[in-house]
Design a protein around this ligand. Structure first.
Ligand code: PMP
Ligand code: GLN
Length: 382
């Protein structure tokens, strides 16, 4: 294995899910839902499968999906040309990797906000670029972006910043002030923003997601990434997309065409259908996830954890110290045996594990009875 990839031999999600399966633990580790997406979308996939749509789709993606993605962006007041400014990818994961491979040269620096989604570090390394991290800091009520640290992280070699909002693993949705600061740093230093918006629809209460591309000077320098997995409960389909100015999309297409070329042919029209016809279903999903967030947050609190509020995503973070634990990573690997529940240690998403080694991430994207069973089991920890 190449030296630059030595730190990335396994993913915490695969390992934790394998451990949960082996031990029969309730898996609140890997974030995926345990119910299916809208029936109309599943029907559309079946129709495509039996309707002869089983060969290579066009390189940039099926035209009906590119049109649906562009139309969907207009909800934010953003306009993209489906022919030149939209690219369909194998999930957001490929979009992120293809973007970094296309845009960062060896030795360039890429800023990631930590904790960061695990594939960011690996994709930066695959590109031969260097990772600079900027922390989120908790004031006890919320994880906030350290704007001074962001400004200090920029060097003449900085090429891009990876922004994930709504944020996995903390459930943070960046405020307008935080996004304004990121936009200013990008514009002042001529940086590209790669924004991962896979949880764009999964915000709760009155919190709304606003893409960075809507800020002044940002549309022309932002690669916006999303995917169907979280919005339509189909994480295994791996249909994602990139929206960006034509020049940036052409760059990302250059790498994407040699990574997968194309993928998910018959699923692409089904996702187009969902984007056009199933956003009411998504509104119900959002309401139901907010209730699940409340259910799990209360359960974890009752079990003795101290829980941060989550404004979006599938996740809540919990402090393990009130239960007397001092090493959350060690606890996470023992938790399936100890209590029959799997969670993910947030320290593995950071370059500063000591500063995060009291935090576990729990997924609430599960049926209520699954959440209740997990909570009941966690009461044993007291
Ligand atoms: N980004 C974030 C923040 C995620 O949580 C995930 C996992 N769903 C992805 C990207 C990957 O998305 P996809 O499954 O579409 O590749
Ligand atoms: N995005 C999911 C999570 O954060 C997992 C995706 C994966 O297994 N790579 O849990």
């Amino acid at each position: 294995l190449a030296a630059r990839l030595q730190p990335f031999t396994s993913t915490v999600f695969a390992e934790m899910t394998a451990l949960a399966t082996r031990t029969g633990a309730v898996n609140l580790g890997q974030g995926f839902p345990d119910t299916d997406g809208p029936t109309g979308m599943l029907d559309a996939a079946r129709d495509a499968l039996y309707g002869g749509k089983n060969q290579y789709p066009p390189g940039p993606g099926r035209p009906e999906l590119r049109r649906a993605v562009a139309e969907h962006r207009t909800r934010y007041g953003l306009h993209y040309d489906p022919d030149t400014e939209v690219l369909v990818t194998a999930g957001a994961t490929e979009a992120i990797a293809a973007s970094l491979l296309a845009l960062a040269d060896r030795g360039d620096e890429v800023i990631a906000i930590e904790p960061y989604y695990d594939s960011y570090a690996a994709a930066i390394a695959m590109a031969g670029a260097e990772r600079r991290t900027v922390p989120l800091t908790s004031d006890g009520t919320r994880f906030a972006l350290d704007v001074d640290a962001l400004r200090a992280a920029v060097t003449p070699r900085t090429r891009a910043i990876l922004v994930n909002s709504p944020h996995n693993p903390t459930g943070t949705v960046f405020t307008r002030d935080e996004l304004t600061a990121i936009a200013e740093v990008c514009v002042e230093n001529d940086l590209i923003a790669v924004q991962d918006e896979v949880y764009e629809h999964l915000t709760f209460d009155d919190v709304e997601h606003t893409p960075l591309a809507t800020w002044p000077g940002m549309r022309e320098r932002t690669v916006s990434i999303s995917s169907a997995g979280k919005t339509f409960n189909c994480t295994g389909w791996k249909i994602g997309w990139v929206c960006a100015p034509a020049e940036l999309v052409a760059a990302v297409k250059t790498t994407k065409q040699f990574l997968t070329f194309v993928s998910g042919g018959p699923l692409q029209p089904a996702v187009a259908y969902a984007l056009e016809h199933e956003l009411d279903w998504v509104e119900q999903l959002r309401t139901s996830l907010a209730a699940k967030r409340d259910r799990l947050s209360k359960g974890l609190t009752d079990a003795g954890f101290s829980v941060w509020p989550s404004a979006g995503t599938y996740f809540v973070c919990a402090d393990v110290r009130p239960l007397g634990f001092t090493d959350a990573e060690d606890l996470a690997w023992r938790l399936p045996e100890l209590a029959g529940v799997a969670a993910v240690p947030v320290s593995v998403f950071t370059d500063h594990p000591d500063e995060w080694n009291h935090v576990l991430r729990f997924a609430f994207s599960k049926r209520d009875e699954v959440l209740d069973q997990a909570v009941e089991r966690l009461h044993q920890l007291r």
